[in-house]
Design a protein. Sequence first.
Length: 495
Amino acid sequence: MPYISTRGAAPVTAPEAIVRGIGPDGGLYVPTSLPRLTRADFAALALLPYPARAARALALLLDGFSEDELLPMANAAYARFDTPAVAPVAALTERRYVLELFHGPTLAFKDMALQMLPHLMTASARKTGETREIAILTATSGDTGKAALEGFRDVEGTSVTVFYPLGGVSAVQEKQMVTSRGKNVHVAAVKGNFDDAQTGVKALFADPAFARDMASLGKTLSSANSINLGRLAPQVAYYLSAVADLLAQGRITWEEGVNICVPTGNFGNILAAWYAKRMGAPIRRLICASNRNDVLTDFIRTGVYDRRREFHKTISPSMDILISSNLERYLWELSEGDCAQVRSYMEQLKIEGAYTLNEMSKVHMRSAFFGGFADDGATAAAIRRAWVRERYLADPHTGVAFSVSEDYRRETGDATPLLIVSTASPYKFSADVAAAIGVPVPEDAFDAADSLEQATGVPAPQAVKELKSLPVLHTRVCEKDGMGRAVLDGFADSQ
Ligand SMILES: *Cc1c(COP(=O)(O)O)cnc(C)c1O
């Protein structure tokens, strides 16, 4: 199966798509066909340990990789998770479940893909004959950065440079990044917001002069952002896994299926759920939960994507995004593979800041997705309700999903079983979680974790406890238009 760029560039193989990260025309690589799983396939999946489930799912999605070859990679990738279930499903009341994706080393769902990506990347380099060093460039709204630094640290033949918005991430997220060890890791804060950082990285990928600089250093660029096909595929795996568990445990039926609510920023996680649905998983409605940056809520409701609005900093910083990159893959699907149409939408977004879907696409999108948003007040209230009523401690991103899923049930009356996706450990955002449930919050963000642990009895992960005393190793700050220089300076420093 070939993979094509959403903007029409020539088809490539899966390993090529992974090494390149993004199409030469700025488009995202998409599979041109999807395998279909049967009820028996889900039953078989439920009998396997998580890494074997992931290997099977990845072999279906990535041509050129066999299940046998992927299994040792998945075993290594998921060995560092704090539960053998890797992506466990917890039960709440009223036929509601939580898919916990934060059990990896950096405490957010990005680990699910970014612990796997380096294995896929080095194998792909081998398969494509790429011998240059692969220089990963990544913009982060907070969680991708640390997950990429952790995943690629000291991986032979690679380096990783992470850009995060200065003042735009949580104290814990920043400390996690600036304390990263590894001889091939670089971190810089950008004076701008996440969209600025993401746009800056995309611009470097398209900059011929920067490509020459890289070539002269014997390096080639790739991306660890969710635009990389190698990020998307491992994310599809946990939806197939969760549905297999729910079916095997009799919590959902094949006929009734399940709705899934995903706290969304760049549209990567929820897009993976949509792929799982297309692969035959009995997934009904996809509920797209945004924070006050509600560009996707409006888009799903009206068919108009309009980024010309104020950017809000919220207590769910990893979702403070106005330009959702992965939406481009869904637009390609909505347009039935019409790359010219996708190019036109993206051109309008770039030049005018907005585009409008045609009527057919609007109807299709609204039947698949529901869009809602929660501001910080509603998010904190939902965190409090989940704690008081269910003794479930949710982080603010997950809180957004709790809030929107409650709105969804109220608004539609739809009582289909519900799977809420939990994307971060509450201890990654201890101060805001403590405030939401009424625990006195110490000034120091790192002491907040101790207070939260004492008040709730929910154990704090070791990775958070260690953080306070780790030395800061990265202090680079750059302007929005100085990101290329910052990459080169990082390489020069590590000579
Ligand atoms: C990245 C992130 C999100 C948003 O995921 P997308 O794939 O960008 O939509 C939500 N919550 C947390 C904690 C994240 O790190």
